[in-house]
Design a protein around this ligand. Structure first.
Ligand code: FES
Length: 197
């Protein structure tokens, strides 16, 4: 299953306006991509094509920049981002089990899919986020959840979804009201520069 249904509707006039304001040579590639991503939260193919068609930036230059920097996304992103740490400590602590548990409750089964079909959550693998003593760790939005097992991750996500009026497509309702023992957010996460995993 792809994220095709989550594709943004691109306004060509908006893209042309950014080009006229920012520039149309190769030095404008990064700021143009940033403007596109700020608007759509990822880089829609149609917006990329408009940039290539209305500037001297080639498709290979633009896609080269878009894939080089970890800040850019080429696929639609959900309303909330789940970042699962796959650094060494978290990997040893069971990051793969977290991935499996989270994808299960998001009803994500296709390796090419990273966003729930209802656009609620996107799961992303990240390198060490700097709190290895709390491994394994995931960050949902701005909240960091420490010392997680697979079931903890699902319960934490259920609570997050409930607090944000989101529906988890793969949620069977099991453990929904489990309160004690739930992994609570440890702290607000800091934005850190991350290498593309
Ligand atoms: S390895 Fe996960 S926080 Fe460092």
């Amino acid at each position: 299953m792809t994220n095709q249904s989550l594709e943004a509707t691109v306004d060509p006039e908006l893209v042309r306006k950014w080009i006229s304001e920012i520039g149309s040579d190769s030095t404008a590639a990064v700021p143009l991509l940033q403007a596109i991503q700020t608007e759509y939260r990822y880089l829609p193919r149609k917006a990329m094509d408009l940039v290539v068609g209305n500037t001297s930036i080639t498709a290979s230059q633009l896609f080269g920049v878009a894939t080089f920097y970890a800040q850019f996304r080429l696929r639609p992103v959900g309303r909330h981002l789940i970042r699962v740490c796959h650094g060494t400590a978290c990997h040893v602590g069971g990051a793969d089990r977290l991935d499996t548990a989270i994808k299960q409750i998001l009803d994500i089964h296709d390796p090419d899919q990273d966003t729930a079909i209802n656009g609620s959550y996107t799961i992303e693998k990240v390198a060490c986020i700097g709190c290895c003593s709390l491994a394994p760790v995931m960050v949902v939005g701005e909240d960091t959840f420490p010392n997680l097992k697979g079931a903890d991750a699902q319960r934490s996500l259920q609570k997050h979804a409930k607090a944000h009026n989101e529906v988890l497509p793969g949620d069977t309702g099991k453990d929904k009201d489990a309160g004690e023992g739930d992994a609570a957010p440890a702290k607000k996460s800091k934005k850190t520069a991350e290498a593309r995993p």
